[in-house]
Write a protein that binds this ligand. Structure first.
Ligand SMILES: Cc1cc2nc3c(=O)[nH]c(=O)nc-3n(C[C@H](O)[C@H](O)[C@H](O)COP(=O)(O)O)c2cc1C
Length: 167
């Protein structure tokens, strides 16, 4: 059976760490965020906000706080994904993680790359963005058109390794 376009999108997405300097068009950014808005969330509480950062100086300041993602300094735009811990104390983390994937896939459908950044001095970035105590900074996603070749995929575990059939 041949792969559908959607399956190709899901399997073909790669983390992108090098970006062209050209801006992300407003209409495309809106479509990416509009798609992210439709993500699933526990009790449909949607405990998230998306902070779009285009200011080059601020991008550089934030990049300095990204221990495992200093390359985000080269992105034309960042989206900080922020969870509302008050609104959904038990599920904000799950919901914002799902939203980050939905955003990454929506971006990829427009040929725009991103990369999840794990190690961040989160309190420092929270201050730079004037976030509240009850805000959880999940991650900062760089968005940009990939510079150069799309990286080859890292190998994945085989289905045999990860599927346990319960008889
Ligand atoms: C929770 C999480 C944290 C990650 N943190 C980083 C990171 O800090 N820096 C980085 O360069 N990539 C990071 N990545 C990207 C992974 O390295 C990448 O998804 C993985 O190697 C598979 O490659 P692919 O996304 O190109 O398929 C992270 C991914 C996830 C899901």
């Amino acid at each position: 059976m041949s792969e559908s376009e959607n399956i190709k999108l899901l399997k073909g997405r790669r983390s992108i760490r090098s970006y062209e300097s050209r801006d992300i068009e407003d209409e495309i950014l809106t479509q990416i965020l509009e798609t992210t808005r439709w993500c699933m969330s526990a009790r449909n509480l949607q405990p998230w906000t998306f902070h779009v950062i285009r200011n080059k100086e601020l991008i550089k300041e934030i990049a300095k706080e990204c221990i495992t993602g200093p390359f985000i300094a080269g992105a034309p735009l960042l989206v900080a994904i922020v969870g509302d811990m008050e609104l959904s104390p038990n599920w904000y983390l799950h919901d914002t993680c799902f939203a980050s994937l939905q955003l990454a896939l929506a971006a990829w459908s427009f040929g725009i790359g991103t990369c999840w950044i794990g190690r961040i001095n989160r309190e420092n970035v929270k201050s730079l963005l004037n976030l509240k105590e009850s805000d959880d900074l999940l991650t900062v996603l760089p968005l940009g058109y990939p510079k150069g070749e799309i990286p080859k995929p890292f190998p994945r575990k085989s289905l045999d390794e990860i599927i346990k059939c319960i008889e």
